[in-house]
Unconditional design. Structure first.
Lengths: 253, 215
């Protein structure tokens, strides 16, 4: 796929576009902005002009970013590694904002590995590195040190990263986040993998289709906790994670 | 050492040198009060060391129930939460502070408003489908305006809340109950399964265990 990049200085991406597209952006020295992350101060509520209130908070965030950022181009992956809701959001944005929207279908299969997912970094830092890696055409030359796991986090990068802070550094990452680091977002088999040996939180954004898979895998896991959270984590959601890790020994104590 | 469960409506305070906990309305608490170890919705305000409510519930439940397999449901003033143990290990947990909001608080308000006493009584024949305290209120007012007695209307509401809590806990065969609603007989009898009411000091019991380990 060859994307016309004449005059494009800043491009927003949604999901994980194919590596060929990322390489093209990199070669053209286009600044890449991840629209899945909360980038502007505007309230999530302003997405209601384009999307229903009861909708995936990540995609509502994409809309808020799309409405408020001055971008030359938005690339939205709508392939098997993303979701129908992203395809609908792409169509709505194309209809309602001036920024050109390009949709891609990432079917990349070349594995880049999971050194960050299995490292001893704090979980929040791991997730920051995984999400930042989407805009890179390669992986960092050096990998953080690995560690044996005491807990697992399965799922997508949450909209509210604060839910990651109760986890110990010895938490390994699974699910779609693992597929992101591996640069194979449509690898369903990798996404469905978990480690039955360690207590694992199976997370999905509320109103996302992945809630079904998260709940199913949590039920199959010998020691899993299903958790869905909307835009921001409530005190009770955070407390559930803390209690689960403490009572299941997932915090390594 | 003083430990306390600072709930939304009531606080339970125990000096470990004395056998009986004190129960104080949370709104009457002295703001300068300090305890050594606390749990509960308001716990962080009054203690140097805070224990997550689910952890206190689980630890207290394990100590009081003494079984490897159990489901313990705590029905508080503002939320409901449960822990389930299987083969001595934590199997599942839930904490509903949003859709389960204010159910206990609403029951107490209604009891006082209509001057009702539910420390005695039987489960009503019928129920109101209620998902939370606030939404359930309109069913009560409608039923009373249509001629139903206040006691019957509130009892049906309480049964609806008990059935809702039962489904939230994944419809088990047996439930151990914790929290102030253990003293509400209509509530306890309205669960469609075997129930054992442990009372309102389960979280304090959990704190005791944690305090013992610290010493």
């Amino acid at each position: 796929m060859n994307i016309p990049l004449d005059g494009v200085k800043t491009a927003g991406i949604v999901g994980v576009p194919p590596l060929a597209v990322i390489r093209q952006l990199y070669r053209a020295r286009v600044e890449v902005v991840d629209l899945d992350a909360a980038l502007v101060a505007a309230d999530l509520e302003c997405a209601v002009t384009l999307l229903p209130r009861v909708y995936c908070a990540i995609l509502r965030t994409v809309v808020v970013n799309g409405l408020n950022l001055d971008l030359d181009l938005i690339i939205i992956d709508t392939g098997p590694g993303k979701c129908d809701a992203a395809a609908h959001t792409a169509a709505i944005l194309a209809d309602r904002i001036k920024t050109p929207i390009i949709t891609t279908e990432n079917r990349d299969r070349e594995p880049f590995g999971n050194p960050v997912c299995e490292s001893d970094l704090p979980l929040l830092r791991k997730m920051e590195m995984i999400t930042a890696g989407v805009a890179r055409p390669d992986t960092p030359r050096t990998s953080p040190p690995p560690c044996p796991p005491t807990a697992g986090f399965w799922g997508v990068p949450p909209r509210d990263f604060s839910i990651l802070t109760p986890f110990p550094d010895s938490t390994h990452v699974y699910g779609w986040s693992r597929c992101m680091e591996n640069k194979t977002p449509a690898d369903n088999r990798l996404e469905a993998r978990f480690n039955p040996e360690v207590p694992t939180v199976f997370f999905a954004q509320s109103f996302c289709a992945k809630t079904a898979l998260a709940r199913h895998l949590a039920a199959r896991h010998p020691h899993g906790l299903y958790l869905d959270i909307d835009a921001t984590a409530t005190a009770s959601a955070r407390a559930k994670i803390e209690a689960f890790l403490e009572l299941s020994g997932g915090n390594g104590r | 050492m003083i430990i306390a469960d600072f709930g939304t409506s009531y606080s339970k305070i125990l000096d470990l040198d004395h056998p009986t906990p004190r129960i104080i309305r949370s709104r009457d608490l002295d703001r300068s009060l300090r305890v050594d170890l606390a749990t509960g919705h308001n716990g962080k305000r009054f203690a140097g060391q805070y224990v997550n409510e689910l952890i206190a519930l689980a630890r207290g439940g394990k100590a009081m129930i003494g079984r490897d397999d159990f489901l313990l449901l705590d029905c508080g003033s503002r939320d409901i939460k449960f822990v389930r143990y299987k083969n001595g290990r934590l199997d599942d947990m839930g904490w509903n502070a949003e859709c389960g909001a204010s159910m206990g608080f609403t029951i107490e308000l209604l009891e006082r408003y209509y001057d009702l006493d539910f420390s005695r009584g039987e489960r009503p024949e019928k129920t109101f489908p209620v998902t939370c305290g606030v939404l359930g209120m309109s069913s009560i007012f409608d039923a009373i305006s249509n001629g139903m007695s206040e006691r019957e209307a509130v009892a049906r509401f309480i049964r609806g809340i008990a059935e809702n809590a039962y489904r939230f806990a994944d419809a088990p065969e047996e439930i151990f109950l914790s929290g102030g609603l253990c003293e509400n007989k209509i509530f306890v009898k309205s669960f469609p399964c075997r129930t054992t009411a442990l009372g309102r000091f389960v979280l304090l019991e959990g704190l005791k265990k944690i305090a013992d380990e610290h010493e």
